[in-house]
Design a protein around this ligand. Structure first.
Ligand code: VG1
Ligand code: CO
Length: 545
């Protein structure tokens, strides 16, 4: 029997456009016959020198993970890929995948995850595609993949049953070698090279209590190896640490709304000195201290200001970058350190060229993402260890560290308001309305301030000179205040409207205000201008960060 098949479909799929980070759809849509296969075929067709190459495949363990891995193995075998590296039970975090791609000199990585979106039969599924530098595919490649999928009517498939992958080992399918490794070890080795885990251990065992919430997603096994096996803490420091196909019905998005149990332990019950959580695929992080929530934009600034305390970064800072909506707190640190600070569009793919050309060492986004040149993805547990090392070196609390940071660099009051899964026509109406008002706003007064700039952000990559337009509407006010509006590119239901507000403390010098109070005039003025609460019929955003 000929196992090598060319499977034909009747009608092409027209909805496989990757968003901010990969292709995301409901699990139901991904189960449509040939849906996943056509996307994978579209990816493989864009890759030069695929025959004989090495690929990394893994995922965050959500519903559909292992079935997808098996299908991808069958398609890759049909394409004469040389070797595939997968992990025990298919569990591989996004930053660990990025590390493996680099270490094993793989041509491509395929990560099965819809990241912070819920999982399960009625949740979402997703596919992230990473290139040989370990980072997310750049826009040029994702556009090619999309274009190909729109007319593709067949795919190659090697019809041979793929064995399970519960243990380390290997097997062969056609001429392709499949190696099953432990997805945790190589990542933990990398962390041991960057951080002084002994110093963290001393501090945590004697002075400082922590709790880590893996949200029933991919970071559980990684956190167990790091915090229990290496650092020697009791397993009680871990919450939700077993990856489950439906994340135990949690929404694995580490913010104050969806990681509310963790937030309650730190902010209300004050039971620990430090708390942290990661998202579905382990690339995001939320940092909490006792009675203290660390805004991710501030986290990026604190990390940048303290690289000298971390063995992996001592005297090694070339520059930093932040996504456009991220607050300018890190800009103040970069200025003080006399290093360049780049502003990129939302999405980790835009940091790739800057990291590869060593223009930056650290980068981050307001959406709970921080990372460095150690891999080409944001890295949740890396950020947690970074914070713990700073605190262990300074022997202080999170709140003391923040207050000290703000007194030194000033505070950028910052908040993001998300209106999740609202009807797309309403979201588009609000967006289009602001876009049409922008030319009139410039040089006028808005919210008692002069509008210096009002535009739709576009970016030219300093390395490959590619241009990305329509990256978010900005109202830039005097005195370092800003309002930004974007539509999410990761949601799967309706549209998600994101509003970002920022104001610098330099004017009145106060660093102790509640950000919602400090930013109230900007929030109200935008609502007056665009009628957001009336149009969405919502009194509050779904998520406030
Ligand atoms: C969101 C965040 C963005 C992040 C992206 C992927 O995108 O805002 O900063 O890079 O998610 O994160 P959007 O288009 O929904 O605003 V992850 O952890 O889902 O890979
Ligand atoms: Co993620």
């Amino acid at each position: 029997m000929d196992r090598l098949k060319n499977i034909k479909i009747e009608k092409p799929f027209n909805d496989q456009k990757p968003g901010t980070s990969g292709l995301r759809k409901s699990s139901l849509e991904f189960q449509k016959p040939h849906y996943l296969e056509i996307f994978i075929e579209s990816v493989l067709l864009q890759i030069d020198n695929l025959e004989g190459s090495t690929l990394i495949i893994g995922g965050d363990g959500r519903y559909g993970n292992n079935k997808a891995i098996k299908k991808i193995i069958q398609i890759c075998a049909a394409h004469n890929v040389g070797k595939i590296i997968i992990t025990k039970d298919g569990i591989l975090s996004t930053p660990a995948a990025s590390n493996l791609i680099r270490k094993r000199k793989a041509l491509l990585g395929i990560i099965l995850s819809a990241s912070h979106n819920p999982g399960g039969v009625d949740g979402d599924f997703g596919i992230k595609v990473n290139t040989s530098n370990g980072g997310p595919a750049p826009e040029k490649l994702t556009s090619q993949i999309y274009r190909c999928s729109q007319s593709l009517l067949d795919y190659k498939f090697y019809d041979y049953p793929v064995p399970d992958f519960k243990d380390e080992g290997s097997f062969k399918i056609k001429d392709m070698f499949v190696e099953i490794i432990d997805g945790v070890q190589e990542y933990v080795t990398l962390m041991e090279k960057i951080f002084d885990l002994d110093q963290i251990q001393d501090y945590l065992q004697n002075h400082f209590s922590i709790v880590f919430d893996a949200m029933n997603a991919v970071t559980g096994p990684y956190a167990k190896e790091l915090f229990v096996n290496k650092i020697g803490l009791s397993e009680k420091c871990l919450m939700n640490s077993t990856p489950l196909p439906d994340f135990g019905k949690l929404h694995p998005d580490p913010n104050l709304t969806y990681a509310d149990k963790l937030a309650d332990l730190l902010l209300n019950k004050r039971l620990f000195d430090f708390g942290a959580a990661c998202d579905g695929d382990g690339d995001r992080n939320m940092i909490l201290g006792q009675s203290c929530f660390v805004n991710p934009s501030d986290s990026l600034a604190v990390i940048t200001a303290n690289t000298n305390l971390i063995p992996g970064y001592k005297n090694a800072m070339s520059g930093v970058a932040r996504s456009m909506p991220t607050s300018m707190a890190v800009d103040c640190v970069a200025k003080a350190l006399n290093i360049p600070c780049y502003e990129t569009p939302t999405g980790w793919k835009f940091f790739g060229n800057l990291l590869d050309s060593d223009k930056i060492t650290i980068c981050g986004e307001e959406s709970f993402g921080t990372g460095s040149n150690h891999v080409r993805e944001k890295d949740g547990l890396w950020a947690v260890l970074f914070w713990l090392q700073i605190l262990a070196a300074k022997k202080c609390s999170v709140m003391d560290l923040m207050n000290h940071h703000w007194s030194k660099f000033g505070r950028n009051y910052y908040s993001r308001h998300d209106y999740e899964a609202i009807p797309s026509d309403i979201a588009n109406h609000i967006y289009d309305n602001l876009e049409s008002l922008l030319p009139k706003l410039k040089n006028e007064r808005f919210s008692n301030s002069l509008v210096l700039e009002a535009d739709n952000f576009s970016y030219q990559d300093p390395i490959d000179k590619s241009i990305s337009t329509n990256q978010g509407l900005r109202i830039i006010l005097e005195n370092n205040a800003r309002i930004i509006l974007r539509l999410s590119g990761t949601g799967t239901k309706g549209s998600t409207l994101r509003l970002y507000f920022e104001k610098s403390s330099l004017l009145n010098g106060r660093i102790d205000l509640n950000p919602q109070v400090a930013l109230k005039d900007l929030i109200t003025s935008l609502d007056d201008l665009l009628n957001i609460s009336a149009l969405t019929k919502m009194n509050h955003p779904t998520v406030i960060t």
